[in-house]
Design a protein around this ligand. Structure first.
Ligand code: 4AD
Ligand code: MG
Length: 429
């Protein structure tokens, strides 16, 4: 018999096929059972009419339990009302009888669900989120490859910090301290002189004591770095990438977005040009909305929420005070107190999804900055070298995958955006 996927049923109308999956839900009325079978590829309604199956199949129906695994043979039919295909069972085979599945129909608290993350992943919302995540990952590769970037994997074990020492996870590397990477950026800057455009995509780590709906301690970052690209060009690449990703999700994941009850009109609007404000303009807007943010303050999570609630498209906030940004950012020649940087904020209250900047490419200026910030010079000598041997103007950015997933899927909390979230208070399962 033909073993088919839920997503292929429409190609087998009227034929007898076999589905393999798990009982996501079931009900019965008299001598008819309805099983919502989840096979990994989708959800299918299986209709079992007592008069049309054998005794063994009926016995299975009599003791149905949530999340039992089974093989079902049946005829593919069109749902009488909905645009859906269902299976009219001819035979059921039980593979494993599940007992007392802990996640039920009733509302569960977030801690209970996170303790049972290994099982929670099966529920339809979680199924949909991870499929959207997969599309976002693939769309990123597609866009970057088309734009001439090659993937250059940066190391995870590093001797120094990229984004600041307070957020480092330290480990013992054969007797000397080492750190889990916060971003592959500095290594990518070495790569541009070899390949001009490079990106990495992997797990990064932040020992941030932030307990918010936006922070994970382990998350996936995609850093991209380009030679001969300035601050303007850097924002252009980001806008194109985000547009490509969102359009791809809209093309490939409509059923998933429907499960997530996502408002599509906002996603459909994601096309360049994005909104663009300077940090100074943002401070003014925030103060009008009641924030007490200082002129030279970084935007906090609450500020980003307050600001982005006003917008229906992503917003670039550029030219932050250099004092709140990383040492490697080039300064704005028109105002040396400002960095030639941008954060891309997602609308609807989501906030920062990308951080990027033009990089300081002058040896002496960079050395000076590092000294001002009391950074150790010797461990960064290789990074300074890049400014000695054919330094060129260059820029780059890094996106947080889970922040993008949370926004596109419309999630309230980042913890659902990654299969096994690592939070300040959660390392298990
Ligand atoms: O803004 P960040 O810290 O920038 C960098 O690390 C640069 N070196 C990137 C570069 O220029 N190549 O982090 C980049 C992005 C943020 O915009 C945010 O989306 C995400 O990473 N991010 C986090 N996501 C989840 N949990 C956290 N704790 C995050 N911290 C940053
Ligand atoms: Mg940032």
């Amino acid at each position: 018999m033909n073993y088919v996927k839920a997503s292929e049923l429409k190609d087998f109308l009227g034929q007898e096929v076999e589905l393999k999956g798990w009982v996501a839900n079931f009900r019965s009325s008299g001598k008819i059972w309805f099983i919502e079978l989840r096979d990994g590829f989708g959800f299918v309604q299986v209709v079992i009419d007592a008069g049309k199956v054998d005794k063994e199949s009926l016995a299975i129906c009599e003791k149905l339990t949530l999340e039992s695994s089974m093989v079902v043979a049946g005829l593919v039919a069109k749902h009488p009302k909905l645009e859906q295909y269902e299976l009219h069972a001819t035979k059921l085979g039980l593979v494993n009888q599940a007992v007392d599945y802990p996640i039920g129909k009733k509302e569960h608290g977030p801690d209970f669900l996170l303790d049972n993350r290994h099982l929670w992943l099966r529920s339809s919302r979680q199924w949909a989120i991870q499929r959207v995540r997969n599309t976002i990952i693939n769309a990123t590769y597609e866009y970057l490859n088309k734009a001439g970037f090659i993937k250059m994997d940066a190391p995870i074990l590093t001797p120094t910090s990229c984004e600041g020492t307070t957020e480092l996870f330290q480990i013992d590397y054969f007797g000397e301290p080492a750190y889990l990477t916060q971003s592959g950026q500095l290594y990518l800057e070495a790569g541009i002189a070899a390949w001009a455009r490079v990106f990495d995509f992997g797990p990064v780590f932040r020992a941030e004591k932030s307990k918010t709906r936006r922070h994970l301690t382990e998350f996936w970052m995609m850093d991209a770095e380009s030679a001969w690209v300035d601050h303007e060009g850097n924002m252009k690449i980001q806008a194109e990438l985000i547009t490509y990703i969102v359009q791809k999700v809209l093309t490939d994941n409509l059923p998933e977005l429907k499960i997530l009850e996502r408002d599509l009109t906002i996603l459909e609007r994601v096309k360049p040009p994005f909104y663009r404000l300077t940090h100074a303009e943002v401070v003014q807007k925030l103060r009008e909305r009641g924030s007490d943010i200082g002129e030279l303050d970084d935007l906090g999570g609450d500020d980003e929420t307050l600001l982005t609630e006003l917008y229906d498209k992503p917003i670039f906030v550029e030219k932050y005070p250099a004092s709140v940004k990383a040492f490697y950012m080039k300064r704005d020649p028109a105002d040396e107190t400002r960095a030639l940087n941008s954060d891309l904020l997602a609308p609807e209250g989501y906030g920062e999804i990308i951080g990027g900047s033009q990089r300081e490419d002058d040896y002496h200026t960079l050395l000076q900055r590092m000294k001002e910030q009391n950074m150790p010079i010797e461990p960064f000598q290789w990074y300074l070298d890049l400014r000695k041997y054919g330094s060129v103007p260059h820029s780059g950015f890094g996106y947080g995958l889970e922040r993008i997933v949370a926004w596109i899927c419309g999630l309230k909390h980042i913890r659902e955006s990654i299969p096994f979230p690592r939070l300040i208070n959660r390392l298990r399962p």
